[in-house]
Design a protein around this ligand. Structure first.
Ligand code: FRU
Length: 451
C-alpha cells in the first residue's frame, strides 16, 4: 500500500470524491455511497460511487451505483429501506425489501429530487423515476435527507434551499408525492449558502429524546471556508423548534457534508454519521494521487446534559488496536504509514508534535483554554497552512483533567475532547509519513497501532 494512503478512512482507489451519500445498512453490510467523478480528479460528471464494509473501517469499493447521464449530475442525497413497500417498487418474489435512494438531479438551472431503487439490498441500482418526485422549479434546491417518522406515520425529507439559507421539510406517504411541512431558517451562520441538511433524534443522559437539525454553510465556518452547524430541539412531525443556539458540529478545518446512517439494526442502539474530511476552500487543489478526497471516521453521536452533540469514533475502532506504541525519548515512535489511536489526559497546557520522515511538522496544542492545530501546507495549496483554535466547551476540565482521543491516519488527525463535546478534524499533507509523536507539557497517554 502506498505509504500515505489512509488505513482506516475511506478513500477511493482513484479519482475525486466529495460528500458521503445514501448511508444505509442493508443486506448485512454498511453501504457508503458518495459524490464521485468516474472520469477524473476534479469535481465533475457527478455520480454515486459505492463501497461496502462489515466494520465501518475497512471498505471494499464497487462499481458506480448511479452514474452521471448527459446533462444530469447525480448530486447528494440519502438512502433507506422501504420496509413496507410504501412506494410500490417491490416485485413478487424479491428476496429483499426495496432500498430507495432519493437524490438531487442537477441540470443546468434546475435541481429537483428523484428516486432510484435497489432490489438486491443495495448491490445494484436503477433510476426509478424519470420525472422528479419533489420539484420546486428552482435552480438550487438539493441534498434530500429522507427518513420514516413513525410518530406522524410519514416519510419526512429535509432539503436545502441554499440561497435562502433555509431547510425545507416535506412529508409523504409513498415517497412519490410530497407536501411542504415547514421551513427552518435563516438562522445561525448565514454567510454562505446552505447545503446537506440532516434531521435525526438522539437521547440525552436523562433518556429524553431530542432532535438535531444539522446544516452546512459554505462560508463562515469555524476556521474559514465551509463548516457544519447544528441546533438541538424538538420535531413534532411538522416543525423543528430549536432549543439551543447554533453550534459547530466540528471545530476543525475539514468537516463537511456529514449525514447519519439509515436502518442500523435496532440492537445496535446507536446513531452514526460520516462526513467529508475536506474544505471546499482548497479541496480541488489537494496534491494526493491517484485519488482526491477522503471521508472522516464514522462517529457515534450522543447528547450531553447541556445539549451539546458528542462524537466518538465508532466502537469498532477500539477492536482494531494492535501493538502499543513504544516510547521514544519524550515521545512515541510511529511505524511509518500506520494509523494510530491515542488516549491522552492533559492536566495543563501541552503540545503534541507530529513529525514526518521529511521533517515536516504539525502540532496539536492546548493553550489559553483552547485547543490548537498548526499545520504546514504543500506548494499546491498554500492556504492549507494555518493555526486553528477551538475553545474548550464549558466544564471541559474536570478535576483539573481534560480527556482527549486522537486518531492519526497518515493524512488526517481527528481529535475528540471533553467527553466528545469538542470534535476537531483536520487534514494533513506531509510528503512522507509521520514517524514521530513528540509529547511535551502537562500530558500523559498511551497509543496503539490500528490494524
Ligand atoms: C456539498 C455539495 C452538495 C451537492 C454536492 C455536489 O458539498 O455542494 O450541495 O449536492 O456537493 O457534488
Amino acid at each position: 500500500m502506498p505509504p500515505l494512503r489512509p488505513r482506516v478512512h475511506f478513500t477511493p482507489r482513484a479519482n475525486w470524491i466529495n460528500d458521503p451519500n445514501g448511508l444505509v445498512y442493508a443486506g448485512g453490510a454498511y453501504h457508503l455511497f458518495c459524490q464521485f467523478n468516474p472520469r477524473g480528479l476534479d469535481h465533475g460528471y457527478m455520480s454515486w460511487g459505492h463501497a461496502t464494509s462489515r466494520d465501518l473501517l475497512h471498505w471494499q469499493e464497487h462499481d458506480v451505483a448511479l452514474p452521471w447521464r448527459e446533462g444530469h449530475d447525480v448530486f447528494s442525497g440519502s438512502a433507506f429501506v422501504d420496509w413496507a413497500d410504501t412506494a410500490g417498487f417491490a416485485r413478487p418474489g424479491d428476496p429483499h425489501p426495496p432500498v430507495i435512494a432519493m437524490y438531487t438531479g442537477n441540470a443546468p438551472d434546475h435541481q429537483a429530487q428523484y428516486l432510484a431503487v435497489s432490489r438486491d439490498a443495495g448491490t445494484t441500482w436503477t433510476f426509478a423515476t424519470p420525472e422528479p418526485v419533489l420539484d420546486e422549479g428552482k435552480a438550487d434546491f438539493r441534498d434530500p435527507k429522507t427518513f420514516w417518522h413513525a410518530p406522524s406515520g410519514q416519510w419526512v425529507s429535509v432539503v436545502a434551499h441554499p440561497h435562502e439559507r433555509q431547510v425545507g421539510l416535506y412529508g409523504s406517504a409513498d415517497l412519490r408525492t410530497w407536501a411542504p411541512l415547514s421551513t427552518f431558517g435563516p438562522a445561525g451562520v448565514t454567510e454562505g449558502i446552505w447545503e446537506v441538511p440532516d434531521l435525526f433524534p438522539l437521547r440525552g443522559p436523562g433518556g429524553q429524546e431530542r432532535w438535531v437539525l444539522k446544516v452546512d454553510t459554505f462560508q463562515g465556518g469555524p476556521q474559514g471556508g465551509c463548516g457544519a452547524q447544528y441546533w438541538v430541539g424538538d420535531f413534532d412531525g411538522v416543525t423543528f423548534t430549536p432549543a439551543t443556539p447554533a453550534r459547530w458540529a466540528d471545530w476543525g478545518r475539514d468537516f463537511y457534508a456529514a449525514i447519519t446512517y439509515a436502518d442500523l439494526p435496532a440492537e445496535q442502539d446507536r446513531t452514526v454519521w460520516i462526513g467529508w474530511l475536506n474544505n471546499w476552500s482548497y479541496a480541488t487543489r489537494l496534491p494526493t494521487t491517484p485519488w482526491r478526497g477522503m471521508m472522516t471516521l464514522p462517529r457515534e453521536l450522543g447528547l450531553s446534559a447541556d445539549l451539546i452533540l458528542t462524537q466518538a469514533p465508532v466502537r469498532e475502532l477500539e477492536a482494531r488496536r494492535g501493538a502499543a506504541l513504544a516510547p521514544d525519548g519524550d515521545g512515541l515512535a510511529l511505524p511509518p504509514g500506520q494509523a494510530v489511536d491515542l488516549t491522552l489526559t492533559a492536566t495543563g497546557d501541552f503540545t503534541l508534535t507530529l513529525t514526518s520522515a521529511a521533517g515536516e511538522e504539525a502540532a496539536l496544542f492546548l493553550q489559553g483554554g483552547a485547543l490548537h492545530l498548526r499545520r504546514p501546507a504543500p506548494p499546491e495549496a498554500p492556504d492549507f497552512a494555518g493555526t486553528h483554535a477551538a475553545p474548550l466547551p464549558d466544564g471541559a476540565v474536570l478535576d483539573g483533567r481534560l480527556d482527549l482521543r486522537v486518531v492519526l491516519d497518515t493524512l488526517s488527525v481527528e481529535v475528540f475532547a471533553a467527553g466528545g463535546r469538542l470534535s476537531f478534524t483536520h487534514g494533513l499533507l506531509p510528503t512522507q509519513p509521520v514517524t514521530r509523536l513528540g509529547l511535551s507539557g502537562a500530558v500523559q497517554g498511551e497509543g496503539w497501532v490500528l490494524t
